[in-house]
Design a protein around this ligand. Structure first.
Ligand SMILES: [Zn+2]
Length: 437
């Protein structure tokens, strides 16, 4: 039901070919479907009656009916209304699409499920992936489920939890003193030498994975009972997520399931913002330049050259959207705000899009319409980073928060109560100490 087409020379390939790249020119491929036929079969009521999760959208995924899929029950994630942040930012209708609830704690489980399924159907024995910390654990987990050997390549700055997570799924980690782009280049060389199936979530090396990520757009519309948000915000590292979301919304409109499209807000860290720079300069998508000396606390979007950046920039422009860069201190403040006022613990990248929403609201770029911000992954995988940033976990005999932006939100009344409770505990157990900030 699907076919592949080269993004450069236009050569088409059948879905059964299992092609990763164009055999004529080596460029990336995009996937399309028989939308007319799908529109006859896929209705709102049929979707409402089906099971939740990624594979309920199977008609819009590049795997034929009846074929076995590699799944850990990914997708079907929560959509939270965030009234406290909405109020502090001055918005009326704000949601977080909470991808932390996926099996390995990130939206990357969606592309991994699709990518590993296709690889297995093609008879893969070994898969390999370059990642800055979220996609590698995902692919390692799905490879484990499928019984495939997996190699992972990550920058040496990757937080420790992610390196451990990959090893727990049974895959070795090879780290490099380089960016994720160098890791992808290395896997591509390994593919040519060893015949690995390349699972990096970048369209030019693997066209199947974007199909998994686009299901986030389907779920957002379904969960909003087919209302379309005014804006959808997503962090941009390689650009694949934002491009996939846009593709998902376009497909829903093509199928007649929604009647209009949202505007896309691309969020990048100010320390690595090649797409925002191109957007602000009015550069064409083909002219996005590599970012020199990237440096941000949001390591999963520290991607110097976004391989899907052209597609993401087109999505921003075509949708009448915008691109916003946010400083590390803004990202971290929003990380704390999401966890301490909404109960959503995300990695810094997961807060970057919300920080960008707040900044865009302040600048008057976004209005009061409904906004959905995608939170990419769980903060449970960056606890060591939080501890190193804020000195968390140190026991103290007195209530004495550090003088940080974060401490500022800890108001005087709360501190008084904490002091009282600690003093009470110490009156019974003199060894009592408080672990605070
Ligand atoms: Zn081609």
């Amino acid at each position: 039901m699907h076919k592949l087409q080269c993004t450069q020379c236009g050569t088409t390939y059948s879905g059964k070919s299992g092609a990763y790249q164009c055999a004529q020119c080596g460029s990336g491929l995009t996937i399309s479907y028989d939308y007319q036929k799908i529109a006859e079969q896929l209705t709102r009521s049929e979707l409402a009656s089906g099971a939740t999760g990624l594979w309920k959208y199977r008609k819009l995924l590049p795997v034929e009916d009846g074929a076995d899929v590699v799944t850990l029950n990914e997708g079907g994630t929560r959509l939270h209304k965030c009234d406290r942040i909405a109020q502090s930012v001055g918005l009326d209708d704000l949601y977080v699409k909470d991808e932390t609830g996926n099996p390995t704690g990130t939206y990357k489980d969606r592309p991994a499920s699709v990518g590993v399924t296709v690889a297995q159907l093609m008879g893969a024995k070994i898969v390999a992936i370059a990642s800055d910390g979220n996609a590698a654990p995902s692919v390692a987990a799905y490879a484990a489920k499928a019984g495939l050997q997996c190699f992972t390549f990550m920058p040496e700055t990757t937080p420790l939890e992610r390196l451990i997570q990959v090893q727990m799924y049974g895959a070795p980690v090879i780290t490099l003193d380089g960016s994720v782009n160098e890791c992808i280049d290395l896997v591509e060389k390994g593919r040519q030498l060893y015949g690995w199936h390349h699972m990096s979530t970048a369209g030019p090396v693997n066209p199947y994975q974007r199909e998994g990520s686009k299901t986030i757009a389907y779920e957002i519309c379904e969960q909003l009972e087919w209302q379309v948000p005014e804006w959808v915000a997503a962090p941009v590292g390689g650009g694949g997520l934002l491009a996939a979301l846009w593709q998902g919304f376009i497909e829903l409109k093509t199928l007649g399931l929604i009647d209009r499209l949202p505007r896309m807000l691309a969020a990048q860290a100010a320390g690595c913002a090649p797409l925002v720079r191109a957007f602000k300069a009015g550069d064409p998508p083909s002219k996005i330049r590599r970012w020199e000396h990237p440096n941000t606390v949001a390591t999963t979007i520290e991607v110097p050259f976004p391989l899907d950046g052209a597609m993401a920039l087109e999505a921003v422009r075509d949708s009448g959207g915008t691109a916003v860069d946010v400083e590390d201190h803004e990202i971290l403040a929003m990380t704390r705000q999401l966890s301490s006022t909404e109960g959503i613990l995300v990695e810094p990248t997961g807060a970057a899009s919300m920080a960008a929403v707040a900044k865009a609201k302040k600048a008057g770029t976004v209005g009061n319409g409904m906004i959905v911000s995608v939170a990419t992954g769980t903060g449970l995988k960056t606890l060591s980073l939080f501890a190193s940033l804020w000195g968390m976990g140190k026991r103290r005999n007195a209530v004495k928060p550090e003088d940080t932006d974060v401490a500022a939100e800890h108001n005087h009344a709360k501190l008084e109560i904490e002091r009282e409770v600690l003093t009470w505990a110490q009156s019974i157990h003199p060894s009592a100490a408080i672990v605070h900030l």
